[in-house]
Design a protein around this ligand. Structure first.
Ligand SMILES: NC(=O)c1ccc[n+]([C@@H]2O[C@H](COP(=O)([O-])OP(=O)(O)OC[C@H]3O[C@@H](n4cnc5c(N)ncnc54)[C@H](OP(=O)(O)O)[C@@H]3O)[C@@H](O)[C@H]2O)c1
Length: 417
């Protein structure tokens, strides 16, 4: 069979699959093959697109049909789900057929399992980019991009803090994967990365309030761990790295605890996860914000970078990341060979430029201390103060080390200093 197709979309009529095809059709060229196991749904989906898109039946659980599908393509975008059930089958088939491979969520195992073939994949001149959607995906890209931008403007970097949330109306399959992931990692001891090494912190330091300004405002966040973000933390060996997700209240925490600790049915776990997403509703549908603090010209400096998206654009932002990465891989532009998560595989600045061109709203400001809008003794401007009378407090996330006395006025003196 000849390899006339550039992009093969497995799980093609699913929510991510269809959004990816729309994005691929907006620019670039090359035939697109839409793969799924239901012929009627395939035909209905392809009717929405132009002549560059054709269809093929493929069942991910049937190796023969998967191999046949992949052998017609040069790059596979795996939009099949739930990944917890389909596992790493598509990635293996892509390797057998000598295709590049991109997916939106490798959970905790696709990259790990494919690493055994990383050398072979690199020698074949192939790129396997795992977890390149919105979250994971853009949620790591933004902090890495911000860190690199700050590095060019600061003399030293002290901390990178990431804040994110999402109130996406995700599919049942996506929620099943999210619940699976929460259960898999359980409820790890809260921590952050100190110069590339994970360090625990006190329970009392696991949450913080911070004003993220424009359209987000003052919100409560909790430290979280995610394989892809942790991978970034391990690579940033010259500063602290902490990742926080928005916690909308006690019910959210209780639901997350239940998912992590109780042997719930898959359906119930997915329902609780949907509740968490819905309760996370803010004026925007989702955001990632990165604050990089350091020193520049002998003064404290901070670079604040953010991406937000509006309600109803969840699958758009997920697909734009996948389609953009797939195009870069296909054009061999700013992408390395082998098996990697997004920010290691793709040159962050080049990817950000492409995402902006595609309509992603990313903004960035750089402030030296005396220009800061919010006066604050923390390294990270806008950080919330913690006051525990009569005790020294070391905020181990590295973004602040300060003291309070029993009297509030002393704290104020410090603020005014
Ligand atoms: N990074 C991110 O931000 C992000 C966001 C959303 C989703 N995701 C990930 O992407 C995955 C897909 O999400 P989604 O929301 O697009 O899910 P979805 O709408 O349910 O689509 C999943 C697709 O996979 C297909 N599929 C399932 N089993 C198959 C099989 N054996 N053979 C062939 N096709 C099969 C389904 O077809 P049938 O209907 O025929 O079963 C469906 O078309 C999720 O599971 C999640 O892990 C990541």
């Amino acid at each position: 069979m000849s390899r006339t197709v550039k992009f093969g979309i497995v799980g093609g009529y699913g929510a991510t699959g269809k959004a990816v095809v729309s994005e691929l059709l907006k620019s670039g060229d090359g035939e697109i093959l839409l793969g799924g196991r239901d012929g009627i749904r395939l035909e209905a989906a392809v009717a929405e697109f132009d002549g560059r898109v054709s269809t093929a039946r493929v069942d991910i659980l049937d190796t023969e049909s998967l191999d046949q599908f992949c052998s017609r393509c040069s790059l596979i975008i795996n939009c099949g789900g739930p990944v917890k059930l389909l596992q790493d089958r598509v990635a293996h088939a892509a390797l057998r057929a000598r295709c590049h491979y991109v997916d939106p969520a490798g959970l905790s195992f696709v990259k790990e399992r494919m690493l055994a073939y990383a050398q072979q994949i690199a020698d074949l001149g192939l790129s396997f980019v795992v977890s390149s959607g919105w979250m994971p995906g853009i949620s790591e890209l933004l902090p890495v991009h911000a860190y690199l931008q700050a590095k060019a403007q600061m003399d030293s970097i002290e901390s990178v803090n990431v804040y994110f949330t999402d109130s996406g109306e995700w599919s049942d399959n996506a929620l099943r994967d999210a619940a699976f992931y929460v259960r898999k990692i359980g409820f790890p001891k809260p921590g952050y990365f100190h110069k590339g090494v994970r360090a625990p912190c006190k329970l009392s330091e696991a949450t913080r309030k911070i004003d993220l300004g424009n359209s987000i405002g003052l919100r409560q966040f909790s430290l979280v761990s995610m394989a892809e973000l942790d991978d970034v933390g391990r690579r940033l060996s010259d500063c602290n790295f902490a990742t926080y997700s928005y916690s909308s209240g006690v019910r959210t925490t209780a639901a997350a605890l239940m998912i992590a600790l109780l042997p719930l049915s898959e359906k119930f776990g997915a329902r609780l996860t949907r509740g968490i997403f819905r309760r996370s509703q803010l004026p925007v549908a989702g955001f990632v914000v990165a604050h990089v603090a350091g020193r520049a010209k002998g003064r404290s400096a901070v670079l604040k970078s953010r991406i937000v998206f509006e309600p109803g654009r969840d699958y758009w932002i997920n697909a734009i990341a996948l389609a953009t990465v797939a195009r870069m891989v296909s054009a061999a532009k700013g992408v390395i060979f082998g098996v990697h998560f997004l920010t290691e595989a793709v040159e962050p600045a080049a990817l950000m430029v492409e995402l902006r061109k595609a309509g992603v709203r990313q903004s960035e400001i750089f402030e030296l201390c005396d220009q800061c809008s919010i006066r604050c003794p923390t390294r990270e401007h806008g950080g919330n103060l913690m006051s525990v009378p009569g005790r020294w407090i070391t905020k181990q996330t590295g973004d602040m080390v300060y003291t309070f006395a029993e009297n509030r006025w002393l704290s104020q003196l410090w603020l005014d200093a």
